[in-house]
Design a protein around this ligand. Structure first.
Ligand SMILES: NC(=O)c1ccc[n+]([C@@H]2O[C@H](COP(=O)([O-])OP(=O)(O)OC[C@H]3O[C@@H](n4cnc5c(N)ncnc54)[C@H](O)[C@@H]3O)[C@@H](O)[C@H]2O)c1
Length: 248
């Protein structure tokens, strides 16, 4: 079950935290993994870690908001891994100039980054891999989102929420277009992760029914299922992975 050997995955923003957990988990199930990050050293370190334990991985540093760079890297991944990408996980979602703060305090110059990385980043990555997936009749597209797409808060997340809500809408419609071609499209909406909470980690953890924050391995395990052959009848869904903090 959940055997991914013979498949090639691209994971964006996989140089640390959730993305690294996804890359490791897919590789552990046998997928050859193209490890992307904007920061080349991070991608290289994760790829090296995977190959050191017997997995297959290739670092492909690029900026998901640069369409040409994405296309070029996907071709490089195909050559390097020996097969075309048929599992694409768009995890990169937090830009360096993130624009967090209450909307009234944010200069218009900061509105763009969260939309670019989440929405245009997803479009760039999908467009670079989707034709090959449809031609072979098998593909898995997984988008990493957040509870902030559907739940309002006063934590300065309005632009982030806009980017994540936008990409969730994109995925919803994409799932309907691609289902007849054997390509599933699902979204994993994360609750707060261990790397996000800073000094207030314990306070946040106690508000979650499971009394802990999310870990990279939690995210990796859920993505393995969504990427697996066994999940062929699951598409167009948003799966909440949040320790029970929001139920629906
Ligand atoms: N951390 C949380 O609590 C949390 C909660 C809900 C959802 N999420 C979502 O989970 C995903 C991963 O979050 P994280 O906290 O692990 O992120 P992170 O910031 O720890 O890591 C993201 C990685 O993406 C890379 N990156 C940034 N911009 C990029 C770009 N333009 N192109 C390629 N790579 C780029 C960064 O260099 C970094 O290594 C994101 O989509 C985030 O929105 C996170």
């Amino acid at each position: 079950m959940f055997d991914l050997s013979g498949h090639a995955a691209l994971v964006t923003g996989a140089g640390q935290n959730a993305g690294a957990g996804i890359a490791r988990a897919l590789a552990a199930r046998g997928a050859a993994v193209a490890v992307n990050d904007l920061v080349a050293e991070r991608a290289e370190a994760v790829a090296k870690e995977i190959t050191a334990v017997g997995g297959t991985a290739l670092a492909v540093p690029f900026d998901v908001t640069d369409r040409d760079a994405v296309r070029e890297a996907v071709a490089r991944a195909r050559d390097g891994l020996g097969r075309s990408v048929d599992i694409m996980v768009h995890n990169a979602g937090i830009a360096a100039d993130f624009g967090q703060g209450h909307f009234r305090t944010l200069e218009p110059s900061r509105w763009r980054a969260p939309i670019e990385i989440n929405l245009f980043g997803a479009m760039n990555c999908v467009s670079a891999v989707v034709d090959d997936m449809c031609e072979t009749g098998w593909g898995r597209i997984v988008q990493i989102s957040s509870g902030a797409a559907r739940t309002g808060s006063d934590q300065g997340l309005s632009l982030y929420g806009a980017g994540k809500s936008g990409v969730e809408g994109f995925m919803r419609h994409l799932s309907q277009e691609l289902a007849p071609s054997g390509v599933t499209v699902n979204t994993l909406a994360l609750g707060l992760q261990t790397n996000a909470a800073g000094a207030a980690t314990e306070v946040f953890a106690q508000k979650i029914p499971t009394r802990r924050l999310g870990r990279p391995e939690d995210v990796g395990a859920a993505v393995v299922y969504l990427a697996s052959p066994e999940a062929s009848w699951l598409t167009g869904q948003i799966l909440n992975l949040n320790g029970g903090s929001v139920t629906s």
